[in-house]
Ligand binder design. Structure first.
Ligand SMILES: Nc1ncnc2c1ncn2[C@@H]1O[C@H](COP(=O)(O)OP(=O)(O)OP(=O)(O)O)[C@@H](O)[C@H]1O
Ligand SMILES: [Mg+2]
Length: 377
């Protein structure tokens, strides 16, 4: 994943988001089975008023199923759903206050844009007309009211679908992979547009995605799901920087997984090297563990540094990834491991990192995590 480095520099301040700390949607103990398969497993989730929450997880982990319970398109086998402290678990979809956008452009092909947007609106013709104009201006698509869906690009169709979802000014906006059918440029542009619109309207929003970059760049809070459960719920910064589990660490962003052995409660051994890192609670001495470190947390030094943890690495390859360079390294002292480090252009100019060269490397120990067992998730 190519993350915009700016994202990593701005640790959000608590309370800096536009949303209020008032629970709007509360899911408690939501379970859903299809046949023998448990798709949602006693899941709890609270979404605050005005918050933008991304449900992130691999294919089949239950994201769409969860969204469908919130929308009332499916009923949970157990658990309750409350909106503004009112139980809506058994309410039919039409009685719930939300707008929804799906991955595939679910516009009515036989209706023009204006009629598509006005579809759920009640009231006088002139009022509907005014509302449609307002919404077209909101999504920056004035002048296309008379066109039919087939005459629009994918990005335009999704914006119309968004306008239709917002037409009745619902309290909740549900988005199920709304951008995944679009090409990369349009997708990035629409990410920013949707986020700006959501903040402008202050509408509580839940977006499903399996694209980590989308989740990290758009959400106030990322909820990482795996096998019908929530693995971690936190700010994009926390999910990236402090992954709560092996699964989250491997699913979100890039990382190196280095075989290690626990030494005592405050150190682990990596090859012939002992590092002052705490193994997970309860892991005994001499157990197999894995050290997890992100590519940007491996430091290459122009001279031998003062830190006792530095070792020599051999440079294998250098690739430009856009905002950063990715350096492939081989480190004999850490158990002959291969790993990948990311350097900015400014960092790179201070070093001589041509292939076959040797440089001192060390780890940003504050950013390393030790998990029990071998390998990634
Ligand atoms: N109506 C259904 N009947 C039987 N099984 C279902 C039904 N709906 C979903 N499932 C199963 O539940 C699991 C979760 O599906 P779901 O659509 O929620 O996944 P998802 O996280 O949205 O995945 P994706 O990223 O691929 O959209 C899958 O194994 C799926 O096959
Ligand atoms: Mg889905």
């Amino acid at each position: 994943m190519k993350l915009d480095p700016a994202f990593l520099l701005h640790k959000p301040q608590p309370g800096s988001s536009a949303h209020q700390a008032r629970p709007y949607l509360q899911l408690a103990g939501i379970s859903k089975r299809f046949g023998q398969q448990t798709v949602l497993d006693a899941l709890d989730l609270t979404v605050h008023k005005g918050e933008f929450v991304c449900l992130l997880g691999p294919s089949g982990c239950g994201k769409t199923t969860l969204l469908r319970q919130i929308a009332g398109l499916d009923l949970p086998d157990a658990g309750t759903i409350q909106v503004d402290a009112r139980d809506i678990t058994l309410l039919p979809p039409a009685k719930r206050d939300y707008g929804i956008v799906f991955q595939s452009y679910a516009l009515f092909p036989n209706l023009n844009v204006a009629d598509n947007i006005a579809y759920g609106l009640r009231g006088r013709r002139e009022d509907k007309h005014r509302r449609v104009s307002e919404l077209l201006a909101l999504i920056n698509l004035d002048g296309i009211a008379d066109k039919f869906p087939a005459q629009l690009s994918g990005g335009q169709q999704q914006r119309v679908a968004l306008a239709r979802a917002l037409a009745t000014s619902p309290g909740l906006l549900l988005l199920d992979e709304p951008l995944s059918a679009l090409d990369a440029r349009v997708r990035e542009h629409l990410r920013r547009e949707i986020r700006a619109l959501q903040q402008k309207l202050g509408i509580t929003t839940i977006m499903v995605t399996h694209d980590q970059e989308e989740a990290l760049t758009m959400a106030d809070r990322v909820v990482v799901m795996n096998g019908g459960r929530i693995e971690q719920s936190g700010s994009p910064f926390d999910v990236y920087r402090e992954p709560a589990s092996r699964f989250v660490a491997s699913f979100v962003g890039q990382g190196n997984w280095l075989p290690a052995i626990t030494r005592d409660s405050s150190s682990v051994q990596l090859g012939e090297h002992v590092l002052p890192l705490s193994p997970p609670h309860g892991l005994e001495t001499g157990q197999t563990a894995t050290l997890f470190v992100r590519p940007e947390d491996i430091m290459l030094h122009p001279q031998w540094p003062a830190t006792p943890d530095a070792v020599l690495a051999e440079i294998h390859k250098l690739e430009l990834l856009g905002p950063v360079y990715r350096i492939s390294l081989h480190v004999p002292a850490w158990g002959a491991v291969n790993l990948q480090a990311d350097l900015t252009h400014a960092q790179l100019t201070q070093l001589d990192v041509s292939p076959q060269h040797r440089v001192p490397v060390s780890l940003n120990l504050a950013r390393c995590r030790v998990f029990s067992g071998k390998d990634a998730a």
